[in-house]
Ligand binder design. Structure first.
Ligand SMILES: Nc1ncnc2c1ncn2[C@@H]1O[C@H](COP(=O)(O)OP(=O)(O)OP(=O)(O)O)[C@@H](O)[C@H]1O
Ligand SMILES: [Mg+2]
Length: 219
């Protein structure tokens, strides 16, 4: 592995998966091999007798090589609720996630790991996404959905990342709220307030085109 990033966000549904897929495409365009991972996922459907999550399936499809689903998503919970509730009978064990991560990182130049929910989303009875990020020790990319309330949520999340003594490589704005009409001034306000670089602004698109979205990312 030459590079790795952990993708967290201000909340659930903010664009972490889209950023993960855009970043994977960005690195593939630079002729680097990429592997993505979604270690803990809530909300699955049964396909051929196995629970499968749509984020993890998209990530699996975007990988540079075919990789066993269970390696990239060891914890696939049926219900679309917090992992500490959805996984009561099979709680996520960070040692297991780390051993999968170690295997995966030998398989590509770049590894991108998508979290679940926000930075303090509970993974099991005692641990959160922050603990997972601590175990992986990857630079973090903070995904922000540009909408009302995001300035507060972004600063709170950034403070939490700093408190965990993790490196934040930058943040990415995702314009996934078509109704919001203060996009530019909100991004400006965040640029003024955050001491980390803005690595990209994913524009609102009616259909996912990750080649196009990858071109909006700048490291
Ligand atoms: N650039 C964009 N333009 C339009 N819609 C977008 C864009 N990016 C993301 N979306 C939409 O925003 C929603 C949330 O995106 P995404 O699934 O990536 O969020 P997430 O943070 O990964 O959510 P989860 O916490 O469930 O993993 C999805 O419905 C997606 O289709
Ligand atoms: Mg997602």
């Amino acid at each position: 592995m030459k590079q790795g990033y952990f993708i967290t966000g201000t909340d659930t549904n903010v664009g972490k998966t889209w950023v993960t897929l855009a970043l994977m495409t960005y690195f593939k365009q630079q002729n680097l091999s990429v592997v993505g991972m979604k270690p803990v996922a809530s909300g699955c459907e049964k396909i051929d007798a196995h629970w499968r999550n749509s984020d993890a399936l998209s990530i699996q499809q975007c990988n540079s090589q075919l990789i066993d689903y269970d390696l990239i998503n060891p914890y696939a919970y049926e219900l679309p609720i917090s992992p500490h509730l959805a996984g009561k009978l099979n709680p996520a064990i960070l040692d297991v996630v780390y051993s999968h991560f170690q295997t995966l990182q030998t398989m590509a130049d770049v590894i991108i790991v998508e979290g679940a929910g926000g930075f303090y989303a509970p993974l099991n009875a005692t641990q959160t996404i922050a603990d997972l990020a601590q175990v992986l020790q990857l630079p973090i990319i903070l995904v922000v959905s540009i909408k009302l309330g995001c300035i507060n949520h972004t600063q709170l999340t950034f403070e939490a990342i700093e408190k965990a003594q993790l490196t934040c490589a930058g943040w990415i704005a995702v314009c996934n709220d078509a109704e919001f009409n203060c996009v530019e001034s909100t991004i400006e306000a965040l640029v003024e307030r955050l001491p980390i670089p803005l690595l990209g602004v994913l524009p609102y698109v009616s259909e996912a085109d990750f080649n196009y979205l990858a071109a909006t990312i700048h490291f």
